[in-house]
Design a protein around this ligand. Structure first.
Ligand SMILES: C[C@@H](O)[C@H](NC(=O)OP(=O)(O)OC[C@H]1O[C@@H](n2cnc3c(N)ncnc32)[C@H](O)[C@@H]1O)C(=O)O
Ligand SMILES: [Fe+2]
Length: 525
């Protein structure tokens, strides 16, 4: 049987693009919209798309020649007016040619073109684009989001900063160029568990230039800070899932420094790293054509009546019908004598645990030193405070610049053995912690140990002593995301956790409400 040929149409934002995979040839044609001034204007972008659509599509079809078996298009997420132009073109062609229609999730298409190019079967994906920044991994039929931006996408943060200095859109590539001759100045580094935030960094970058720092230095430091945040979260997802491949996709992925940093992180961990070339990195029709093709082979077509665009369509909502594998879930059991997490190594050979924070070759030395010392100190302070408040945590014996010596706990790590009883126990422990005014900052099941009938918390490296509801909400959000991305029945476990949490903490309702808000905020808007 000849290979299926699918026309893919992309038009979510700045690029109107169409492609067909025809045997070994990728017939790809694009017409980018370049705003005359300022950022992307949704209505103008849509007008641009409407004016180039038939020409771009005709070119791709002509080059491919012959039959087309289906028409695929980006159904979301993206800018409403632009999405509708591409959808209308796709519906019209599907009816005219009498072939099925396929609605492709744009984010998942970024992932799939990356998998196609790299041939990596089950990678952790850093997807960094204008509107989105997510760390994804496949598990049981869905791409799970391990971490994502809680405010704006990394590309938008770079573009907005560039625009505030009257640089043309898109700012990302210009910043990359300016950064080449810059030096490091400290800017805010925001990682909350597995999630990221960029708007504070962008504002601080603007302020730094207003105070007289050079554009080169600020661009360099903006990149170093933002990219280190992304790489850190990617490494956390690798450590948590035990996967051993990483790919980088999305427009910001074209950045050579980001590629270099991910490459260094992977080399240090013994993982494989690859990124597709620029053509397939930013928005393009080939990613829709390819994803459309594998969706067609899996039977995932839609009637025209179901082809309404969804500007808020999330990557984790997609049923990945075309992957038969389960996706690996957990790191294989670690050794009895040493454990290596994303940022620290624990020596378990003695009667105590010695936790040492590791230098990361992907970070500039100043940032590396700063993060290591800060986190070691903060961790020791928070563990001591938690202990005083009666929260189950290990006893601390000694602290240096990068080392903490603490009591060794025998027991099961919840990541491997979670059940409703343990989840309720986790709720009680976290409730006590939050009541004591401490937010953990990295509340995953890897950091919980069932010991003597209670859940003990470890790894306070990102903890904060704070009265804020927000930080507690982020804690629950990180935990719930972990349960969703790594367990079969997250709802039961969440409910058990909430029961325990509410039994010891009077502000539980307020925090749970805030967690819902945070989840909504993380969505593409
Ligand atoms: C929903 C969809 O419309 C959206 N697409 C999107 O944002 O376009 P994409 O082509 O994936 O990414 C564009 C972003 O990628 C940035 N970019 C491009 N080249 C860059 C470079 N060399 N360094 C840094 N950023 C770069 C641009 O500044 C811009 O912010 C998305 O995937 O979120
Ligand atoms: Fe995109």
């Amino acid at each position: 049987m000849p290979e299926k040929r699918v026309l893919g149409i992309e038009g979510t934002a700045w690029n109107f693009s169409a492609a067909v995979f025809a045997d070994d040839l990728v017939c790809l044609h694009s017409a980018p919209y370049v705003p005359p001034s300022g950022g992307i204007h949704p209505r103008e972008a849509a007008q641009h798309h409407a004016s180039v659509a038939s020409d771009v599509i005709r070119k791709a079809l002509n080059e491919a020649g012959g039959r087309i078996d289906a028409v695929a298009f980006s159904i979301g997420p993206g800018l409403g007016p632009s999405l509708r132009i591409a959808a209308t073109a796709a519906r019209t062609l599907s009816l005219k040619l009498g072939v099925p229609l396929i609605g492709v999730n744009h984010c998942v298409a970024h992932v799939e073109i990356g998998r196609w190019y790299t041939k990596f079967a089950d990678p952790i994906v850093l997807y960094a684009s204008g509107a989105n920044t997510q760390v994804l991994g496949f598990l049981n039929g869905k791409y799970r989001i391990f971490g994502e931006t809680l405010d704006i996408g990394l590309g938008n943060a770079l573009d907005k900063f560039a625009r505030s200095h009257d640089l043309p859109h898109p700012g990302g590539p210009i910043i990359e160029d300016l950064a080449k001759t810059g030096s490091y100045i400290p800017l805010p580094y925001t990682v909350k568990g597995m999630d990221l935030a960029f708007s504070g960094l962008m504002s601080a970058a603007k302020e730094a230039t207003m105070r007289g720092a050079s554009m080169e230095d600020v661009c360099f430091s903006f990149q170093e800070t933002a990219f280190a945040m992304c790489v850190e979260v990617t490494e956390r997802a690798l450590a948590h899932t035990g996967k051993d491949e990483v790919i980088l996709v999305g427009g910001v992925g074209a950045n050579a420094r980001l590629q270099e940093m991910l490459g260094i992180m992977c080399a240090e961990r013994g993982a494989k790293f690859m990124a597709p070339p620029r053509t397939y990195m930013g928005d393009n029709g080939a990613m829709i054509a390819y994803t459309g093709k594998i969706m067609l082979e899996a039977g995932s077509t839609i009637p025209v009546s179901d082809s309404v665009v969804d500007p808020g369509f999330r990557s984790d909502q997609v049923d990945v019908t075309w992957r038969q594998d389960a996706g690996s879930i957990f790191a294989p059991g670690q050794s009895e004598t040493a454990e290596r997490g994303a940022e620290a190594a624990a020596d378990l050979t003695g009667t105590d645990v010695i936790k040492t924070r590791m230098t990361k070759g992907y970070r500039v030395p100043q940032l590396d030193r700063h993060l290591i010392t800060e986190r070691t100190r903060a961790e020791a302070r928070s563990i001591a405070a938690a202990r005083r408040a009666g929260v189950p945590v290990p006893v601390i014996r000694d602290v240096t610049d990068r080392e903490i010596v603490m009591e060794k706990l025998d027991g099961d790590v919840l990541k491997y053995v979670i059940n409703p009883t343990y989840a309720e126990g986790a709720g009680i422990t976290v409730g006590k912690l939050h009541k004591a005014g401490i937010a953990h900052g990295d509340l995953t099941t890897s950091n919980m140990i069932w010991h003597n009938g209670r859940v003990y918390l470890i790894d306070f490296g990102l903890a904060q002593i704070t009265g804020e509801i927000e930080q507690r909400g982020v804690d629950l959000h990180v935990l719930f995301q972990t349960l969703e991305s790594t367990t079969e029945d997250p709802e039961t476990l969440k409910n058990a956790f909430i029961a325990g949490y509410s039994s010891v903490f009077s502000q539980a309702c307020e925090v749970i409400r805030r967690e819902h808000e945070i989840e909504l905020r993380g969505r593409y808007l």
